[in-house]
Design a protein around this ligand. Structure first.
Ligand code: FMN
Length: 397
């Protein structure tokens, strides 16, 4: 980690990696210890921490660290550190280890907007990207002091999901620079009255993993989120909606720009026909409200799928099914894919404690000819990678 004001967020990132079972070594720069001291890192990681190549020389630590790591996550990455990496400088343990690294590298920049937009920084970022290092764009938001703009370090949870993309089924050669990916996620809520809704339990985690993967691979990513309580996925613009109608409008507005639309949201098929203007109250002890009459919501996936292929993005649907039998999952999935006109469809089993809200997922990636990929239980980032692997050929044509 580099010496940026956001270094404190890396303590939580470390905890998150540990909680998901990873062995984490912290390599700070000298400047970063001005923000978070080595005692904190040693206590949290349970390992000695140094900035020097000349400590424990008998172990040649930079060689060992570089050779043994499965992933380097550099967060926060300062403008200075990015410049050093771009030029191959090696004057401390971190820069030496990164030069040794044989594994994927995720760089998460954080700095003031002016430093981020400076042509020198942008050129250095481009150099790293050209070499296959994954550099995500910083968040837009509050910076040091009262300033605000692009340059904020994404939240630790978002960095963790991005890191998973580089581990679970990572696609080292995939390059989505120049592509626009639109993802819908979460679960719509349909009003009964001003304080009550009909909803579902979709958390948005799968959509977040897809958006994170798209950003890691370089796409310009927009998520249309229905009631998702997660920090923004790395490098993504988030448009918040509540109901299926709002989601349909947002998809319509964003569609023209997109090369791929992944419809991952759980969209209500029906909505109350006449939501009450005021809260429905128990007006007497034996009051029972009238049954709620429902009407159909627009079918967003089918509406996009009905467009001529040249007039729509590559279309990926999701089908959440409460089945236990794979044959049934395939039958339902292929039926939905054909009916909606999607190019690919991810069919996944849902149910009690399965998929909704969980960090893992499994499923079948289906194309018009049948199974493209059978994804055994993995992180939601792993499923996102399987999805982009399936789309890859059509996306590059
Ligand atoms: C209070 C303070 C906050 C800073 N925050 C950042 C930052 O967020 N991003 C950045 O690139 N540099 C930041 N800097 C400047 C770096 O600390 C400085 O460029 C340093 O040389 C970076 O060293 P390193 O890349 O080896 O960690 C900050 C400096 C100070 C004093």
């Amino acid at each position: 980690m580099g010496g940026g004001i956001a270094a404190y967020k890396s303590c939580e990132l470390l905890r998150r990696f540990q909680a998901s079972g990873h062995d984490v070594t912290v390599i700070p720069t000298k400047s970063s210890l001005e923000f978070i001291g080595s005692s904190t890192w040693e206590a949290l990681s349970g390992k000695p921490v140094t900035t020097e190549v000349f400590d424990s020389v008998h172990e040649v630590p930079h060689v060992k660290l570089g050779q043994e790591a499965d992933l380097f996550v550099i967060a926060p990455a300062t403008a200075n550190l990015i410049a050093k990496l771009a030029h191959g400088l090696a004057d401390d343990l971190l820069t030496n280890s990164v030069l040794m690294a044989q594994c994927p590298i995720l760089v998460v920049p954080a700095m003031h907007t002016e430093m981020w937009l400076n042509p020198a920084t942008q050129a250095n970022v481009q150099t790293l990207r050209d070499r296959g290092i994954r550099v995500v764009d910083p968040d837009v938001g509050r910076l040091t002091g009262p300033d605000s703009g692009p340059g904020r370090l994404p939240e630790p949870q978002a960095i963790e999901i991005a890191a998973q993309v580089l581990v679970d089924g990572y696609l080292p050669d995939l390059d989505l620079h120049g592509k626009r990916v639109l993802v819908t996620g979460g679960g719509t809520r349909e009003s009964i009255d001003p304080v009550r809704d009909i909803g579902n339990r979709s958390s948005g985690k799968q959509a977040w993993a897809i958006a994170s993967a798209a950003s890691v691979y370089g796409a310009k990513t927009t998520v249309i989120a229905a009631n998702v309580e997660l920090p923004s996925p790395v490098g993504s613009t988030v448009i918040n909606v509540k109901s299926a109608l709002e989601m349909a409008d947002a998809v319509d507005e964003q569609l023209g720009e997109a090369d791929v639309l992944v419809m991952c949201a759980a969209v209500a098929d029906f909505r109350p026909k006449a939501p009450a203007d005021v809260k429905i109250k128990k007006t007497s002890d034996d009051f029972v409200p009238a049954p709620i009459e429902l009407e159909r919501n627009p079918d967003i996936l089918a509406a996009v799928g009905a467009r001529p292929e040249a007039d729509r993005p590559l279309l990926v649907g999701f089908a959440a099914e409460t089945v236990t039998d794979e044959a049934q999952l395939i039958e339902y999935g292929l039926g939905k894919l054909t009916k909606k006109g999607a190019d690919f469809l991810v069919a996944n089993p849902v149910g009690k404690d399965q998929t909704f809200g969980e960090d893992s997922n499994s499923g079948l990636v289906l194309g018009p000819e049948g199974i493209v990929d059978r994804v055994e239980k993995t992180s939601k980032a792993g499923l996102a990678n399987a999805l982009f692997a399936a789309c890859r050929e059509k996306l590059s044509s």
